[in-house]
Design a protein around this ligand. Sequence first.
Ligand code: PEP
Ligand code: MN
Length: 337
Amino acid sequence: MVVVMEKGASTDQVKAMVERLHEFGFRTHLSEGVERTIIGAIGEKTAATIQLLEVSPGVEKIVPILQPFKLAGREFKQERSLVKAGSCVFGGTHVPVIAGPCAIESEEQFLECAQLVKQYGATMLRGGAYKPRTSPYAFQGLAKEGLRILSEAKRFTGLPVVTEVVNPRDLDDVAEHADMLQIGARNMQNFTLLHEAGLARKPILLKRGLSATVNELLMAAEYIISAGNDQVVLCERGIRTYETETRNTLDLSAIAAIHHLSHLPVIADPSHGTGKWRYVTPMSLAAVAVGADGLLVEVHPRPEEALSDGAQSLRPQVFADMMAKLKPIAAAVGREV
Ligand code: PEP
Ligand code: MN
């Protein structure tokens, strides 16, 4: 349920209410909005407890949450959340574009790519140091050396960086180097990892599983938020369908659905969503038109030499073109890139 405090409720009243809820055995999540404070309370409630809580000082009303995702849902919080990662803000008017290669392959490759995507307008850098590959024989990433290169690129460009964490054991290491931690599609329901991400003090980029429903994605976000971290950005990256022309089917209706169901920002990844570089620009434009709160795009200085996902990686010049085409589309929907 949500305890909605009155507009003028004092800090002491909010504090007292939180303590009261704890006495009744509830876990609480405070959300201080511009207008008023609301307290999410999770636990067993009886009509008698609700009656008592409802007449406590400073309380306006108590609203039950029917959605299964208690903290990620719109019932808990009506206004859209803003999630900040370094200088990047997801969920506001500006639409951040995260760009970089699938994997950090070497210092030269990554710094070259980082400098180019920055020049063409990217607002955040990406690059995998730990790569969850379908084949155990494929390039698995540079691990700690990759993290060092990531930090180097951050210093070199001044852009914030996001990278994937695959194993809970690496979480502290990754959090030391990255401004945002990515949980990949294959790990969307790795509940240990989700819980650990909930204890981290860094924003999380949570990608939709290959065959996960929107409901399951929001429940995965709920794991992170309920563990204490409400800085979650969701990512639609395509789902498995019977279509083979594209690697996955980028489900743009999920973006509209998530905005309806949840207050969390949601971005689109047309690179993994389509698997082919030719489709990345048109699907990026469509994603922004439908209301995506950001884009994640793979760019490689020489896609033909990429150690992973070359087929879906944009050449820097194509990325520059895409950025130019995005501007009028963003403007048409009241956003900017
Ligand atoms: C990635 O972003 O490089 C990646 C592996 O994505 P996903 O988890 O969506 O496949
Ligand atoms: Mn990739």
